[in-house]
Every structure is written in C-alpha cells, then in structure tokens.
Design a protein around this ligand. Sequence first.
Ligand SMILES: C[S@@+](CC[C@H](N)C(=O)[O-])C[C@H]1O[C@@H](n2cnc3c(N)ncnc32)[C@H](O)[C@@H]1O
Length: 376
Amino acid sequence: MKTELTLQDRSYTLYRYPKLSNEQLQAWDAGDEYLINHVEQLGLASDSRILILNDSFGALSCWFSSQHQVTTLTDSFISHKGIENNLALNQCRDIKLLTSTDGWPQHIDLVLMQIPRNNRYLTWQLNQVRRHYGEHCPLIAVNKAKEIHSSTLKLFEKYAGETTTSLAWKKHRLVFSKLNSDRLSSIDPYTTWPVQEESLTLGNLPNVYSGESLDLGARFILDHLPADLRYRDIIDLGCGNGVLSLKLKRLNPEASVTAVDESYMAIASAQHNFTINQLDQKNCQFIANNCLDGFEGQSQDLVVCNPPFHQQQAVTDHIAWQMFCDAKHVLRSEGELLVIGNRHLGYDKKLARLFGKHKVRLVASNAKFVILQATK
Ligand SMILES: C[S@@+](CC[C@H](N)C(=O)[O-])C[C@H]1O[C@@H](n2cnc3c(N)ncnc32)[C@H](O)[C@@H]1O
C-alpha cells in the first residue's frame, strides 16, 4: 500500500489512523491530488488563509501548510488524530485544527472541501461557508465524479452560489462555487424528532449517523437493554445521537453512563439529548474517541454497541473488531458486552473467538438483526 504522496517536486509520507499493520487503504485519494494540482496552478499569494473542510488524514493540511496559513475543520476524531500524526511525521508548519462544533474562523481567502457523504452535513457546511465568507473567497470542492449528482450541484447553487464543475480526472471532479447565494439565513443545525414508544425526543446535529430517523438496529435493541443494580459503569460505544445511552440511564439511574463516539457532532448531540430529555448528567460522560483507546482496563460492567461498518468511504469490519477487543479490555470479570448487528455480519463468530464460544449467547433476533451478549 502506497504511503508516499509525491506531486510536483514534493513528497509526504501519509498514514491512515489508526495505523494498521495490514492496511490496504491509502491515506489520500485522487481527489486530494486533483485539488492540490489545481490550487497550485492558481499561484496563490504565500500565506493565504485556507480553510480545509473534511480532510481525511491530512494530505491537504500537510500540503498547504508549507506555504499558507491553514485551518482544518472536521467532524471526525479519527481524522484529527490522523492529521496531527501526519503533520508531525512530515515536520509540517502548525495549522489550526477545529472540530465541527467549534466556531468558524473569521478571515479566509479560499475554502477547500472534500465533499461529505451526508447531504445534510454538506448543506449545513455550505450554509456556514456562505454565511461566514463572501464572493472574494472561492470555494473549491472535490469528490468522485459518480458521487456528484445534479442534486448535489443544486445544493451548491442554493446554499453557496454560482457553481461550475471541472472535467473528470482519475474519476474525480472539482466543483467551483462563488459565495454569492442570497440565502444567508442560518440553517437550524438540529433535526429533532420523537421516539414515541420510548417517550424520548432526539436532536441530531447535521453529521450524526441516522440523524433523520431512528436506526432500525437501535429500535430493536432498545427493547432488550438491561436494568440491574450490578451495572455500576456502563459504556455506549458508538453512541450516535445517544439514544441507547438515554434509555440505559433511565433503566439504570444509579449507574455512570459514558457515551463514546468518533464524531464530535454525535457527542454534542448525545449530551444535548440528555438535557432536552431531562436526564441526570451527574454520572455521565460524553467522549470523542477512537473506540475505547486509553480507557482503563477492568473498569466497566456493561458495554452496549451498535457498531459501524463504514469508515469514511470504505466498508470495513476492523472497527467492529476493535470495538469488541476494547470492550473486552475495559470490562470487569463477569462484565457484559451487548452487541447488535445485521445477521450477515457474523459477529457471533468474532465474539466467540474473543470471549469463548460458551460465553456468547443469543439474546434476540429478527429477520434482519441479531442481538448477542458476550460475558467476560
Ligand atoms: C451504527 S451507528 C450507531 C449509533 C447509535 N448508537 C444507534 O444505535 O443509533 C455507529 C456509530 O459508531 C461511530 N463510530 C464509527 N467509528 C468509530 C470509532 N472508531 N470509535 C468510536 N465511534 C465510532 C459512528 O460515528 C456512529 O455514530
């Protein structure tokens, strides 16, 4: 797998985060290369103020930091770590690294964007970019050509301004917008809806997983969350909007509940949802993290997990595996991991490998999902 990004007369060594020994995927894509080549041809004044949105692992941040003042904003804790590590590895100049819930920088000359998968997040970012900057500040975005639909370009037109596109290069296309849309009013960042059967209201910031309706897996596992005084310390791993944490706290009011996700917007939404549902936050924590990196071993009684099977654009099961390994590490003896997954994902085998076959039991199943419990 290639780790050297060499363009023009410069080279950077770039790794994804976390760094895997058998990594199959590169830390940048042809879209990053297209954007870099294009911007280099513009002959920007040195020290231009560039805002980079959604840089995956720092290819853009590393490259542009050499001659410009870079601010990078992403929603991903994993991207943050990847960007920091790659900047350090390549001895790059400092940049300003922001999360998606930070305030936006004031004076920017150029915005570069890796177009996010999620249209609600794209819409919100375009609205923020337009509101904060004006026609003097071009926006150049990139994605795979097949992901740029006419509906995508309509969002750019509506929320950013006049929009054109480039020819495709290595299956990617650039999108150029002038920030001159007259739609300046702010979009409400929260999408809020009720889960009637649970008497809960869920607010979802734009990049939260399943932010427009309850995930089907979550709906199923909600009916199987346990209540017991022996659960003193509980983790909701990959908490999204926090729906499982909320119910766990209701069922186990004395327990400490820790909601963990790699999306800053998920963490902010989970905390917001404790507030709007008037749940006691005294023993609760909301932590942006990669799985349970750095968590103390033997410190928890229950870990509940509805794992992801995507990391950015890539379909992968290494995150679920990492989550299960980390859960085992943090559980006390006799502690339990409760997992929901699609039937076809084979989590039963993974858990049996890790915990032992007779320590894994089927809690419930339906046509689509299984809920499994593994005891340490
Ligand atoms: C399938 S969703 C589950 C969300 C929520 N718990 C539910 O049941 O609706 C998986 C969540 O895992 C988060 N996630 C993905 N990779 C992660 C990682 N490495 N560490 C922590 N969370 C991660 C995603 O952001 C997403 O919110």
